[in-house]
Write a protein that binds this ligand. Structure first.
Ligand SMILES: Cc1cc2nc3c(=O)[nH]c(=O)nc-3n(C[C@H](O)[C@H](O)[C@H](O)COP(=O)(O)O)c2cc1C
Length: 176
C-alpha cells in the first residue's frame, strides 16, 4: 500500500504537513512513502503542464492512501491546495484512491470544514473518502491521544478501503 501526504500551505514544512505525517503513521504504523509540500511547486501551479507539478500529480495518482491536509484560512482550505487539486481530472483524477481530508485550525469555529468543504472536492475528483473529515487544533495536533477517538472509529475502515485498491482500468479503457 503506497501512502502519500499532501500539505497545501503557503508556508513550507508546516505544522499541517507534520500533522499529515502523524496521521499517516497512526493509520499505517509506518512513515508515509511520499510527501507533496505543495508550496514547493511554486509558480508551476498557476498553469498546466509544469513537469514538477505533473510529477507531484503522478505521485498522488499512484498512491493507495492520501492524507490531504490544509490549514484553515478564512473558514476553508487554502487557495494553494485548490490550485494543486485543480490539476486532477474531474471524476477520475483520484479514482480508486482512498483520501482522508485533514485540516488544522487555530480554534474550534471551523471544525466541520474538512467534512463540509474539503471532502466534497476530493469526492468530485473521484476519491474514496470513507471517513469523517478530521480537524485538529494547531496547538494540540501532536499531543498524545488527540486523534484516538477518530482513529478508533475510522482506522480499520481507511485501511480496508486503501488495501482494496479498486481496479480503475475500466476508466482507462473508456479513455478517462
Ligand atoms: C490567512 C490566515 C487565515 C486563517 N483563518 C483561520 C480561520 O478561519 N479559522 C481558524 O481556525 N484558523 C485560521 N487561521 C489559523 C490557521 O488555520 C492555523 O494556525 C493553522 O494551524 C496554521 O497551520 P500551519 O502552522 O501549518 O501554518 C488562519 C491563519 C491565516 C494565516
Amino acid at each position: 500500500m503506497k501512502v502519500t501526504v499532501v500539505a497545501g500551505n503557503p508556508k513550507p514544512a508546516s505544522r499541517t504537513l507534520a500533522a499529515a505525517h502523524i496521521i499517516a503513521h497512526a493509520l499505517t504504523g509506518r512513515e508515509a512513502d511520499d510527501a507533496v509540500d505543495v508550496v514547493e511547486l511554486g509558480a508551476g501551479l498557476l498553469g498546466w503542464g509544469d513537469p514538477a507539478v505533473a510529477n507531484a500529480v503522478a505521485t498522488v495518482r499512484t498512491s493507495d492512501l492520501v492524507i490531504v491536509a490544509s490549514p484553515t484560512f478564512k473558514a476553508t482550505y487554502t487557495g494553494i491546495l485548490k490550485l494543486f487539486l485543480d490539476q486532477f481530472d474531474t471524476g477520475t483524477g483520484l479514482a480508486g484512491i482512498t483520501a482522508v481530508p485533514l485540516m488544522l485550525g487555530a480554534g474550534p469555529a471551523h471544525a466541520l470544514a474538512p467534512e463540509l468543504l474539503l471532502k466534497p472536492v476530493l469526492v468530485e475528483l473521484g476519491a474514496i473518502c470513507p471517513t469523517q473529515g478530521l480537524y485538529l487544533s494547531d496547538k494540540a495536533y501532536d499531543q498524545p491521544g488527540v486523534t484516538d477517538a477518530w482513529m478508533d472509529r475510522w482506522a480499520v475502515t481507511v485501511l480496508g478501503s486503501a488495501s482494496a485498491s479498486p481496479d480503475t482500468t475500466h476508466l482507462t479503457r473508456k479513455g478517462l
